[in-house]
Each structure stands twice: as C-alpha cells, then as structure tokens.
Write a protein that binds this ligand. Structure first.
Ligand code: AMP
Ligand code: MG
Length: 491
C-alpha cells in the first residue's frame, strides 16, 4: 500500500483519444477546502493506504487545487436523451477527469464532481452542493455493500463557497472512482460521425469487452460481430443492474441516457431514493412530474435507453435488424436476474411456475398497504415461525396473513431446512438501506462539520445484512418528519 499519492502509477488513455472527445482544462479549486471524509476501502482499490488522507497533497488533488501527479485533467463531451427527448450536446459540465490509476486491483479513473465550469456547463455553475455530494458519497458505498455495481466515492471535500440553488448552500467536491465514466450518451454524441464513433467503440472494446473480439472457434471477429457482441454484453449488464435496483427498492431518479454507464454501473447519483413504504409507481425525483422514472418504469426505460445506444451503433454500419435482435435479449436477461434475486429474497431454491403470481400478489400486498419495502422483505425469513412481528408491518393484517399462508405452502414444497433458508434470506434482504431521512440527518450533521453520522451510516451500509445491536433506529421505518423530504435535480 502506498502512503503518498505521488507514488501512484498514472496513465491517460482517455486523453489519447482525438481532442474532439474532451477539453483539457484545470478544475476551479474551492476556497479553503477541507477534507470532510475519505474512504479507506476505495483508497485500497487504488493501492493507497489510509495514511494518504493526512497528506496535504491528497487534499490538493481531491479539491481540484493540483493535478493528479502524471495525470492530464479534462472534461469529456457526451450527448443524451433527457426525459425521453433528445437533448443534444451535454458533457462533463461540472466534472473533471484527472487520469487513470494503474493499481493491482485494476485500472481506475479518478474524476472530480463539482469542480467548476467547463465548456459543457451550459447554464450551470459547475458546482455541486454539500447535500447532493454527501448523498452520492453515501449511496456509492451503500450500493457496494448491497453488491450492486456502482461507481465509487473516494473523498468528500467541502468549503464555505456559496452555491445558489433554491436557497444558498455550500460547495463540495466528490472524487469518484470507476473503471470508466463512459455513458450511452458518449456513443450517441458520435452517432453521425463514424470515425469518432469507431475510435470510441474500439477504446471501450479494448479495455472492457476484449472477449467480444474473439469469434466462435477462436477466430478474430469481424467488426459487425464485435459490435453485436458488445451490445449484447451491455444489454445483459444493464438488465442485471436494473433487476438489482428493483429488488432493493432503489429508484435512480434520472435514467437519462447520459446517466447510463456503458459498463452497467449505477452512476450519477442525483435525486435517487431507496423506497420506504412501497408504491409500485413511486417517483423519487420531485422534478419528474410525469413519473417517467417511477420504480415500475425502470426496466422498460433501461430497455428504451439501450435502443438509443443501439441506434447510435448503427453508425458503425451494422444492420438495424441485427442490433434489434440483441435488444431482444433484454427481457430474458432481466427476468433471469430478477427471478434469481427474488428466489434468494424469498428463500426459494429455484423459480417455479406459479411463482410469478405469488410475487405479483406480494407487490400488490405491499403497494395496497404502503408497507415498508425493506422491513417487509427482511421480516419474511422468520414470518412462517413467528407471524405477529411480520404482520405488524401491514395495516390489513388479514390480507398479509392470507398471502403468508400461500407462501408457507410454497416453502413446504421445497422441504428445505428452516435454518438454511433463513440464513439465505437474511443474506439477501438488507436490514439497513440508505433511507432519505438517514441521509438527511448525516447531511445536517456534516453541514456542522460533524461526520459521526456519515461514519455510522457507512459502517452499517457496508454490511447491511448483519443486524447490529444498538442501531435499531437505523433499521426502522422513517419518522413522520421524513415525509416532507423532497429531492430534485437541483443538486
Ligand atoms: P445530471 O442529470 O445531473 O447527470 O446532469 C445532466 C447534465 O447537466 C450533465 O451534462 C451535467 O454535467 C450538467 N450539469 C448538472 N448540474 C450542473 C451544474 N451545476 N453546472 C454545470 N453543469 C451541470
Ligand atoms: Mg449526469
């Protein structure tokens, strides 16, 4: 493990793409930045020991005051469909790529978010507020703890610099870490420029989908085969990602094509939410008045977004029909992952005919009673033995009891030892999720310079399946004041 950031091995492969892909420019540093928090396990991915957190050079890099040693700082261009409408050119409007770290665990891009104006800022100020930065910082760790693919957050730097949103807030910068921040929208941007599209495509294949270059029998695949193979892989990763979201009650909030990772990672945390009381059409983003990105719309939106990616790939001279046939794998890939997750959550060995009905009625039960998503699933493991504690999550206990009877009949068919089933279920149904009110409490404390809540939440969320004594409040349904919390795009 390295004790100093200067020891990192850094390369700049993205900067070696043609200059039309980005603008080289330094970040705009914050005034009197302070390192509010940093994560040892993300540092470890980079081969850094937590000792670096005390090194002033670490703060300089994470606050945008110095370049990453050996790194070429830049903002990347991309485009995208926002809320179903072509938005044209977007790009890193408040983010700077610092370079790529070559570590034993892999190659990792470091990117600052909230680091000032770029040519892609449009009307924005290039900044991110403390509130949204804490939310991204916590969510990245929460997803990792749940085993859901995500970008990571290494450091959270704050300052008193004012940022003007609905009210005056203060600025922060999150240092994000991921193998790549390339999005569907990066491809859409070059849909009508085959040379650039090809350069970007080859860049992504070489680094992330090299297996797609190999055709059946070990021969080198033709370009069309590579394109279809990559699209297939992205379809599968995206389908699995959304299945993971659905089965923990996560709503992304802004599933625009510019927020969809080409690697199937959860990225660009904004007005996301983990559901408390389940509503099938729950919308976490207050600005999403049409409910385009409601919980139950996420799978079809992901599919729609993959269509936009496939359309962009047509620029590589691949037939529309062949691309379309790759998109058809979405449904089966989604169902396989979704059912697999639900089997684990319900303690079933495998999916059977008739389980769809049991699950549909489960969602209906939760929805009609707005039962707590996390606690209803978590309590199910013990429910066949001890009905009362689980039934307490429901207003209409008779309806819940009737569903439980059917579930017990289904379990009986498996003849599975209870202990084994309960262990599997508790390893698949988290007890602690990043509920909005928990994030809010951590934000309020952080605004006073107190990071105790961030520490506590990270501790619980990194291992969300293990019950801890003394932390009952963190597992509980939200208090009344939480219902007035609103999150929107203004971050
Ligand atoms: P989002 O949906 O939050 O991922 O952002 C959509 C686009 O708006 C991206 O191109 C962002 O870089 C840009 N953007 C969002 N907020 C700001 C801001 N405060 N300043 C500049 N650009 C921004
Ligand atoms: Mg975005």
């Amino acid at each position: 493990m390295l004790d100093a950031i200067q020891g990192l091995k850094v390369q700049n492969s993205f900067a070696e793409l043609p200059p039309t892909f980005y603008t080289r420019l330094p970040p705009q540093p914050l005034t009197e930045p302070r390192l509010l928090h940093a994560q040892a396990d993300v540092a470890a991915l980079l081969g850094l020991s937590p000792k670096v957190f005390g090194d002033p050079a670490f703060l300089d890099v994470c606050s945008g005051s110095s370049a990453l040693p050996g790194g070429k700082t830049l903002a990347a261009v991309y485009s995208g469909h926002q809320f179903g409408v072509w938005a044209g050119q977007l790009g890193d409007g408040r983010a700077h790529l610092l370079g790529e770290v070559l570590a034993p665990s892999g190659t990792w891009e470091l990117q600052l978010k909230g680091s000032g104006h770029t040519p892609y800022s449009r009307m924005g100020d290039g900044r991110a507020v403390l509130r949204s930065s804490v939310r991204e910082y916590l969510a990245s760790a929460a997803m990792t703890g749940l085993g859901i693919p995500t970008t990571h957050a290494l450091a959270l730097v704050v300052s008193n610099d004012p940022v003007y949103r609905e009210t005056v807030e203060t600025a922060a910068i999150v240092t994000r870490v991921a193998p790549s921040f390339i999005r569907f929208g990066s491809f859409e941007h070059w849909a009508k420029a085959p040379d650039q599209l090809r350069a970007l495509f080859n860049y992504v294949v070489e680094r992330f989908y090299p297996e797609c270059r190999v055709a059946a029998g070990g021969a080198t695949a033709r370009e069309e085969e590579v394109v279809l193979g990559v699209l297939r892989a992205v379809v599968e990763r995206t389908a699995k990602l959304v299945a993971d979201w659905q089965t923990v009650g996560f709503c992304h909030g802004v599933m625009n094509t510019d927020n969809m990772s080409i690697l199937g990672l959860t990225m660009d945390y904004g007005p996301y939410g983990f559901m408390d009381g389940f509503q099938v059409n729950h919308v976490c983003n207050h600005s999403d008045t049409q409910g385009r990105y409601a919980w139950n719309a996420q799978p079809s939106v992901a599919h729609w977004n993959l269509y936009r990616l496939a359309s962009a790939l047509m620029g590589l001279d691949v037939s529309a029909d062949a691309l379309k046939s790759q998109l058809e794998h979405f449904e089966s890939a989604f169902l396989q992952a979704y059912r697999g997750n639900l089997c684990k959550k319900l303690g079933l060995r495998q999916w059977e005919d008739g389980d769809d009905e049991l699950i549909d009625d489960w969602w209906r039960l939760l929805h009609t009673q707005a039962a707590d998503f996390t606690l209803s699933f978590r309590g199910l493991a013990q429910a066949p033995q001890q009905r009362a504690p689980w039934l307490a999550h429901f207003k209409d206990q008779a309806a819940a009891d009737a569903w439980l009877d059917r579930y017990v009949v289904r379990l009986d068919r498996e003849q599975r030892p209870d202990q084994e089933r309960i262990e599997q279920m508790n390893a698949a149904n988290p007890l602690y999720v990043l509920r909005n009110h928990l994030a809010q409490t951590a934000i309020q404390a952080a605004a006073q310079g107190d990071t105790g809540e961030i520490d506590t939440l990270l501790d619980l969320l990194k291992n969300p399946f293990v019950e801890r004594r003394g932390y009952e409040a963190y597992a509980a349904a939200p208090p009344d004041w939480a219902s007035s919390l609103e999150v929107s795009c203004s971050s």
